[in-house]
Ligand binder design. Sequence first.
Ligand code: SF4
Length: 341
Amino acid sequence: MGRPLTDALDRPLGTLRVSVTDRCNLRCSYCMPEEHYNWLPRGELLTFEELGRLARLFTDLGVSRLRLTGGEPLLRRNLAELIARLRTVAPSADLALTTNGVMLSEQCAALRDAGLQRVTISLDTLRPDRFLELTRRPDLPAVLDSIAAARRAGFSLKLNTVVMRGFNDDELIDLVDFAAAVPAELRFIEYMDVGGATRWSADRVVSRSEILARLAARFGPIEPLPARGAAPAERFRLTDGTVIGIIASTTTPFCRDCDRARLTADGTLFTCLYAGSGVDLRGPLRGGASDAELIDRISAVWRNRSDRGAELRSTARDRGVFIPVEALRRDPRLEMHTRGG
Ligand code: SF4
């Protein structure tokens, strides 16, 4: 294997986040607050065979972590088949899934048997009334069932909580206690002003330092754990040994170590969550391009990559909503739920 493929800031291509659908069965207000969305045409979604081929090429280029995302990935039928295919084409890759957990419990065994290793479930509140308010769906019980099922299935399990001031920032301690009891590693995520977050405002962001201060007030001194490399979460240990993570891209961006490429369900390659445009891989893929031609295309995109989206946003004056609704309507690929978060 030659020198790893690196970008213009010398960051290796290490992780591929694959959105397998732009659709979702929840409407979380920090991601999909609008009533109506323009969806990617179904006929343009990559088949499992096409996804498998692209995953093989990305792993040939050095990708060692594959994460399946959405929208809600479990809405894509027979997802276990795709996981089995990815396991075959990328036997040594770390295979993970990010899900809202609503449909996970009944699919745990099949996903596990197909070769899935790690699962991250979104859990923003433990209160049914707030879950309904946030997602416009009454599915908290299903999510809690799925967390228990994922634990029983033996997955390496993480829980993600997007913290929003005035909504769930009074549940930090309860969520830490809940996760410790599962057990699962809880990560607090700062509210991000990404494409689709059309209700975002700076005053609703609870910063990394404020989260740490609140946890320290309850749990005592908090120990930072060794550096995370390219992983988005900074990790900390509480006095009782519980480990939590914080993903602080709004106030403490980590673009300098970002090794993540993103593939939308219709085969558009994005080099950053904040990128204004991507590169189409579906066209050449369906147009008969060889592996070598696709590898050249992907390599050229990555080599020219200099994205630092969150870093640039963090210095923006009068920071408000990043992309207006009209622009999102015109190009649904600008939406976070189309890029897989
Ligand atoms: S904003 Fe872009 S460059 Fe920065 S960490 Fe996120 S995806 Fe990577």
